[in-house]
Design a protein around this ligand. Structure first.
Ligand code: BF8
Ligand code: SF4
Length: 642
C-alpha cells in the first residue's frame, strides 16, 4: 500500500529518504506495534497510583487500583478528548469574537467589519434589535452575545445553540439535559468530573461529553459567522490545489493552521510587498499557498491555492521552494521545525500558545499584526536568495478548484431559480430523487490510512448514486487536490440525474459549466455551514434533522477535534460514519451508547466502517432508509408490492 492516494507526492517521499529525513509515515512505522491498551482506551493515567490498565481478554485486572472499571476508564478518556476538541474550536471562536469587540470599540485599525449584511443577519438571528443603532453598536452587541456563550451563569442555552437549530432539536437536547449554557464551564466540568474518584458512571460521563461537544458546535458557529463578518462571506471562487501550486519563480509562503486572523493579514501585506520580491529576483513576486484549515479559509475568501491537507504538510517544505511557513494553531506537526532546518525554509510561529522549538516566534495580535506580517514577509524574501536550486523538486500536479460554497452563496445561487423559496429547487430535486441525499465529509487524514484514499473512493461511489457531497477541513483538501471540485469531475463521476441538476445550477450561477459535485464549504469550523443548510432544509420541510437524507462522514479521522465534531453531529441527529474505531474498543457499554442508545434518544449515531466501498454502501442504505421514512421513496417497486 502506498502512502498517498495521490502518487505525485511519491517523488518527494523518495527525496526525503534520499536525504535521510524522516516523514510522518516513517515515524509511524517506527512506532509500531502501537500500544493495544491505548488503542482500546483502557489505559488510565488520571492519577499517580497508576498508570493502570485493564486486561480486556485474559485473567489480568478488570479494574484499576482505585476500582475504576473499563467502562469508566474508556468513557473518561473519551470525554477528555471531546473537551480538548471543544476547547480548541471554541477558543478559535473566542479569539475572533474578541477581535470583533476590539473593532467595535475602535481599539484596532488592522481589522474591520467587511460584511455588514452578514453582521445584520447575525444580529437578527441572535434576536439583537438593530433599530437606530450604529454599525459599531451592533458589532459590539454581536461580539458580546457571542462571548456570553463562554461565560453565562444562568442555565439557559447558548445563544448560538438555541438560535441555530430546529425547535424540536433544541427541545430534545433540553429534555436530555445537554442543551449547553456555557462552553468554558462544560470543559471545566469534564476535567473536574473525570478527576480521580469523581464521576464513575460511564453513562453519566458520556452525557456530559455530549453536552461539552455542543460547545464545539457553538464555538464553530461563532468562528464561522464572526470570521465572515470580519473577512467576508465566501462566494464561489476559482483556484487551484496540490503541491504543484508552489511556484518555482516566486517567493513561496505557506500559511498553515486554523485562524484566519493571521492569514488574512499575511495575504493583504503580501500584496503590498510584491515589488520587493520581484527586486529580489523572484519574477512572479510572492506566492501565498495554504495548508490545512487556514489554507481552506484563505482559499474560500481570497482564492489562495491550497497546497496540501494534513498528512502531506511536511512535503511542502521538501519541495525546497518554500521560503517560509507561517503557522498559527492546531494540526501543525512539530516535525516541521526539524525538516525546515534541512532547507532554507524558515518556520514562523505566531501565537503565544503555539510555539515550536526551532521555529522563529513572531507574535501577531490585533495591535501589531500588519507590522509583524511585514517582518515575516521581509524575512521570507531574504530567504529566497538562499534557496538552493539543486534541492528544488515541485511535483507538477495541480487541479482546478471551484470553492466558496457558504450557505449564503448556495442560497443566493438557488434564489436565481426561485426567488421566493430559494430552497425549493433543492427540495424538489431531493423529493423527485434527482438528488438522492447529501453526505457531508469532514475531518482529517490519519497516517493509519492511505492519505485521501477513503475520501476519494467513497465520493466516487456516492456521486455515482446521485448523492451530493459537501466537504470541509482536510476532507475538502483531499477533494481539492484530487480533482473532485471542478466541473470535469461532475462529468466524470456524477450519476446522470445529479449531473443534470449540477448542470442546471451551474448555468443559473452564470458559470456556463456544471457546479462541482463536491462543494467546498470551508475549514473544519465551517461544518457549521453544513448545519445551517440542513436546518434551513429541515425547517422548510417541517421535519427535524434526523429525518433528512443527510449523513456525515469522517473516514480518515485523527484529531481530538474530529471526536468532538463527530459527537455533536450525532447529538444533533445525524448518522456519522467514521473510518476507524476511536479508543473505545475496551468498553462495550460506551460503544452501545454511541451507537444504538444515541440513535434511540436523539436519532443520530456513529457507524464504524474501515472499508471505503462498504462504508459508501452503508451510507447509501441509510439515505434510502431516510427517504422511505419521509415517504419520498417507495419501500419496494410497485410490482413487488402484494
Ligand atoms: O481542523 S481536518 S487534520 S487541519 S482537525 Fe486538522 Fe483534522 Fe485537518 Fe483542520 Ni480539522
Ligand atoms: Fe488507576 Fe484509578 Fe488512578 Fe486511573 S484513577 S490511574 S484507574 S488508580
Amino acid at each position: 500500500m502506498g502512502n498517498c492516494y495521490d502518487t505525485s507526492n511519491n517523488c518527494l517521499i523518495n527525496k526525503a529518504h534520499d536525504e535521510n529525513i524522516d516523514l510522518v509515515w516513517d515515524r509511524y512505522e517506527k512506532m509500531k506495534p502501537q500500544c493495544g491498551f491505548g488503542e482500546m482506551g483502557i489505559c488510565c493515567r488520571i492519577c499517580l497510583k497508576g498508570p493502570c490498565r485493564i486486561d480486556p481478554y485474559g485473567d489480568g485486572p478488570k479494574e484499576g487500583i482505585c476500582g475504576a472499571d473499563a467502562d469508566t476508564i474508556v468513557a473518561r478518556n473519551l470525554v477528555r478528548m471531546i473537551a480538548s476538541g471543544t476547547a480548541s474550536h471554541s477558543l478559535h471562536g473566542k479569539e475572533i469574537a474578541k477581535t470583533l469587540l476590539h473593532v467595535a470599540k475602535g481599539e484596532t485599525d488592522n481589522y474591520k467589519v467587511k460584511d455588514i449584511r452578514k453582521l445584520k443577519n447575525i444580529a437578527e438571528k441572535l434576536n439583537i434589535d438593530t433599530e437606530g443603532k450604529t454599525i459599531n453598536q451592533i458589532t459590539e452587541e454581536v461580539a458580546m452575545a457571542s462571548l456570553m456563550d463562554y461565560s453565562r451563569l444562568e442555565n439557559t442555552p447558548c445563544n448560538w445553540l438555541s438560535n441555530t437549530l430546529t425547535k424540536s432539536r433544541l427541545k430534545k437536547l433540553t429534555d436530555l439535559g445537554v442543551a449547553l449554557n456555557n462552553i468554558e464551564s462544560s470543559v471545566t466540568d469534564i476535567m473536574s468530573r473525570t478527576h480521580m474518584g469523581t464521576d464513575a458512571d460511564a453513562i453519566n460521563i458520556l452525557l456530559a461529553g455530549l453536552k461539552c461537544a455542543l460547545g464545539d458546535y457553538v464555538g464553530m458557529q461563532i468562528s464561522t459567522n464572526l470570521s465572515d463578518t470580519l473577512f467576508g462571506t465566501p462566494e464561489p471562487i476559482i483556484s487551484e490545489s496540490n503541491l504543484g501550486v508552489i511556484n518555482e519563480n516566486a517567493v513561496n509562503i505557506a500559511v498553515h493552521g486554523h485562524n484566519p486572523l493571521l492569514s488574512e493579514i499575511i495575504v493583504d501585506v503580501a500584496d503590498e510587498m510584491e515589488e520587493e520580491a520581484i527586486k529580489a529576483g523572484a519574477k512572479d513576486g510572492i506566492n501565498i499557498v495554504g495548508v490545512c484549515c487556514t489554507g481552506n479559509e484563505v482559499l474560500l475568501r481570497r482564492g489562495i491555492p491550497l497546497a496540501t491537507n494534513f498528512l502531506s504538510q511536511e512535503l511542502a517544505i521538501l519541495t525546497g521552494a518554500l521560503e517560509a511557513m507561517v503557522v498559527d494553531v492546531q494540526c501543525i506537526m512539530p516535525s516541521l521545525a526539524k525538516i525546515a532546518s534541512c532547507y532554507h525554509t524558515e518556520l514562523f510561529t505566531t501565537m503565544p500558545d503555539a510555539k515550536i522549538s526551532g521555529a522563529t516566534h513572531i507574535e501577531l495580535n490585533e495591535k501589531n499584526s500588519v507590522e509583524n506580517a511585514r517582518v515575516i514577509i521581509k524575512k521570507a524574501i531574504e530567504k529566497y536568495k538562499m534557496r538552493d536550486k539543486n534541492k528544488v523538486l515541485i511535483p507538477k500536479r495541480k487541479s482546478k478548484v471551484i470553492a466558496g460554497f457558504s450557505t449564503e452563496s448556495i442560497i443566493k445561487l438557488l434564489s436565481k431559480i426561485d426567488k421566493e423559496r430559494p430552497l425549493k429547487p433543492i427540495i424538489d430535486n431531493i423529493v423527485n430523487g434527482n438528488i438522492k441525499g447529501v453526505v457531508l465529509f469532514a475531518g482529517c487524514n490519519n497516517v493509519k490510512i492511505m492519505q485521501d484514499n477513503n475520501f476519494v473512493t467513497m465520493a466516487k461511489k456516492l456521486l455515482d448514486n446521485n448523492i451530493l457531497i459537501l466537504a470541509t477541513g482536510c476532507a475538502a483538501g483531499a477533494y481539492a487536490k484530487n480533482e473532485l471540485m471542478n466541473s470535469e469531475a461532475t462529468f466524470k463521476y456524477a450519476g446522470e440525474k445529479l449531473k443534470e441538476v449540477l448542470t442546471l445550477l451551474g448555468k443559473e450561477a452564470g458559470l456556463d459549466v456544471p457546479l462541482p459535485p463536491v462543494l467546498h464549504m470551508g475549514s473544519c469550523v465551517d461544518n457549521s455551514r453544513g448545519v445551517d443548510l440542513a436546518v434551513a432544509l429541515a425547517n422548510e420541510l417541517g421535519v427535524d434533522l434526523d429525518q433528512l437524507p443527510l449523513v456525515a462522514s469522517a473516514p480518515e479521522l485523527m484529531s481530538e477535534k474530529a471526536i468532538s465534531i463527530g459527537t455533536w453531529v450525532a447529538t444533533i441527529g445525524l448518522p456519522v460514519h467514521i473510518g476507524m474505531l476511536p479508543p473505545v474498543g475496551g468498553s462495550q457499554l460506551t460503544i452501545d451508547v454511541l451507537t444504538s442508545k444515541l440513535k434511540e434518544l436523539l436519532g443520530g449515531y456513529f457507524i464504524v466502517e474501515e472499508n471505503p466501498i462498504k462504508a459508501a454502501n452503508k451510507l447509501i442504505g441509510i439515505i434510502k432508509e431516510k427517504r422511505v421514512d419521509l415517504g419520498i421513496e417507495p419501500t419496494a417497486k410497485p410490482s413487488e408490492v402484494v
